[in-house]
Design a protein around this ligand. Structure first.
Ligand SMILES: Nc1ncnc2c1ncn2[C@@H]1O[C@H](COP(=O)(O)OP(=O)(O)O)[C@@H](O)[C@H]1O
Ligand SMILES: [Mg+2]
Length: 330
């Protein structure tokens, strides 16, 4: 507790406010009031939050956290405009969750949000993994990491599976060098660069426990839950609609079953597995149309049917991996 608890000392005036014989007055240069609702509209923050709501299915807790963060940043900006605060708040974040739960997609929106609020100059997102930061030979890591940081300045650096930077079993791992540079830049350039570290929750926890420097520099931790079957079905319909396709009734039933089966198989990656399944369904649809009747109408060209989904190996207990084995991996 502070000395104010005793009730004898008057609170010190906040910065930017002066005491005169008429009482406290604001610094002349600073505005006297801020219309937060008007700022919310004119900054474009509302637009981004609306997009987030519209474009992303489910993710209620994530959307809530983003709204809270946006409110915090709007208020912080207003406080700085009024001279009530001077320091840039710490904006580095961690996004934890399984593959395909929307972390990268939400990071892009976050970059837009930070840009609209003036926390970063450009608002672009640079997405990297360990290999982009760490070299294979002595002397290669620092220039690599610095090059990435240079590209990301003025925007958001998204480090996917950040924990691979740290290899505790190898004392001389070059990852350590990248970690040290990152920690420095996260501290010194926080008015122009926001770092988002993403990955599995449990591995990220261990990474932060072993590297407390990151934990103390990261102010916002957002958890991305797995999607429910019903959400994945809605995501499949939305993805297809975005590409100008629909599923007929049989296709939708097959998709419901697909989601249930796919979840139980290895390398399940939430919405990314759905995107991959739909890519393959469109391929099958094209082959079906091509090998069938020569003349087709717009509706036929745009409809995914039961057969296009059910031809997947997932229905016969196999993996739906036509081609690359790593397709569903992050
Ligand atoms: N809630 C959602 N609604 C619609 N599409 C989504 C949703 N979440 C993820 N996706 C889509 O799924 C794919 C994988 O998402 P991504 O953001 O890359 O996940 P992560 O980074 O967590 O692995 C992307 O194509 C993305 O557009
Ligand atoms: Mg990703």
């Amino acid at each position: 507790m502070t000395s104010r608890a005793g009730g004898c000392l008057p609170p010190a005036p906040p910065e930017g406010i002066f005491e005169t014989e008429k009482g406290w007055v604001m610094d002349d240069a600073a505005p006297v009031t801020v219309d937060l609702k008007a700022e919310y509209e004119s900054s474009g923050v509302r637009e981004i939050l609306d997009e987030l709501d519209r474009e992303l299915i489910g993710l209620a807790p994530v959307k809530e956290r983003i709204r809270e963060t946006a409110a915090l940043l709007l208020v912080d900006r207003a406080r700085r405009q009024m001279g009530l605060a001077h320091e840039t708040p710490t904006l580095h974040m961690s996004f934890t969750g399984n593959p395909g739960t929307g972390k990268t997609t939400v990071a892009l929106k976050m970059a837009g949000l930070l840009h609209r609020l003036g926390y970063v100059r450009k608002g672009h997102l640079v997405s990297v993994t360990r290999d982009d930061l760490v070299g294979q030979y002595i002397g290669h890591t620092a220039p690599k990491t610095k090059e990435v940081l240079k590209k990301a300045m003025g925007g958001v650096l998204f480090i996917d599976e950040a924990y691979y930077l740290y290899k505790p079993d190898n004392e001389r791992d070059y990852g350590q060098e990248a970690i040290e540079i990152l920690l420095q830049v996260m501290e010194n350039n926080r008015d122009d660069l926001v770092v988002i570290m993403a990955g599995y929750a449990d591995r990220m926890d261990r990474f932060f426990a072993a590297n407390p420097g990151f934990r103390s520099r990261i102010a916002h931790h957002i958890e991305f839950p797995d999607y429910s079957d019903e959400e994945l079905e809605r995501i499949s319909a939305a993805m297809l609609a975005g590409q100008g396709y629909v599923m007929d009734a049989g296709g939708r039933t097959a998709m419901t079953e697909y989601v249930r089966l796919r979840r139980e198989q290895p390398h399940f990656a939430n919405a990314r597995s759905i995107r991959n399944a739909l890519d393959r369904a469109r391929l099958r649809q094209a082959n079906r149309l091509f090998s069938g009747a020569g003349v087709v109408d717009a509706k036929t060209l745009s409809t995914i049917t039961e057969a296009d989904i059910r031809a997947s190996r997932v229905f016969s207990g196999g993996l739906d991996i036509d081609g690359s084995r790593r397709k569903d991996l992050p």
